[in-house]
Design a protein around this ligand. Structure first.
Ligand code: HEC
Length: 142
C-alpha cells in the first residue's frame, strides 16, 4: 500500500505540472489577445519619437507666424528657438507639456511680455503632431 501511495503522489505531481504548463500557455495567449484588443488611450504617456518632416509642415502652418523660418524667431512675437537653453534643458515629454500649456505674458517665467499660446494657438494639434514638431525643432537647434 505504501508503494501505491507514493506512485499515486508522483502521478498526481505530474498531472499538476501538466495542468500548470497548459494553464500558463493559455494565460499567455489570452493576455496577448487582450492587449491587442485594448486601444491605447489618446494621451498615452509613452510616445514614439516624432517625424521631423511632418513636424516641419505643422511648424510652418502653426508656429512660423511667431517663431519665424526654422525657429529663428521674430522680434516682438516669438522667441528664437535655435539657441534656446530652455529647450535644450527639457526632455521631449517636458517640451510637449510646455507646448501644450504655453507661457502667458503674466507668467513670472515669461521673458518677453508676449503670450506663447497653448499649442501655439492651434487646439487641433494632437500629442503626436506636437512630437513631430519637437523632432523638427531638434533639427534646427544649435
Ligand atoms: C502667437 C505667437 C506664438 C505662436 C503662434 C507660437 N509661439 Fe511659441 N512662443 C511665443 C512667445 C512670445 C514665446 C516667449 C514667451 C516668453 O516671453 O517667455 C514663445 C516661447 C516658446 C518656447 C520656449 C522658448 C524659450 O526659449 O523659452 C517654445 C518651445 C515654443 N514657444 C514653441 C512653440 C511651438 C512649437 C509653436 C507651434 C506649435 C509655437 N511656439 C507657436 C509665441 C508664439
Amino acid at each position: 500500500m505504501k508503494f501505491n501511495k507514493i506512485s499515486l503522489f508522483i502521478l498526481g505531481a505530474f498531472l499538476m505540472l501538466f495542468v500548470v504548463a497548459c494553464g500558463g500557455g493559455g494565460d499567455a495567449s489570452s493576455s496577448g489577445g487582450g492587449g491587442s484588443d485594448t486601444a491605447p488611450p489618446a494621451d498615452a504617456p509613452a510616445l514614439p519619437a516624432g517625424d521631423a518632416a511632418k513636424g516641419e509642415e505643422l511648424y510652418n502652418s502653426t508656429c512660423i507666424a511667431c517663431h519665424g523660418e526654422a525657429g529663428t524667431g521674430i522680434e516682438g512675437l516669438g522667441k528664437n528657438m535655435t539657441e534656446s537653453e530652455f529647450i535644450r534643458g527639457l526632455s521631449d515629454e517636458e517640451l510637449l507639456a510646455f507646448i501644450k500649456t504655453g507661457r502667458p505674458s503674466n507668467d513670472p517665467e515669461n521673458t518677453t511680455g508676449v503670450d506663447m499660446p497653448p499649442k501655439g494657438g492651434n487646439p487641433a494639434l494632437s500629442d503626436a503632431d506636437i512630437m513631430d514638431i519637437i523632432a523638427y525643432i531638434h533639427s534646427f537647434q544649435k
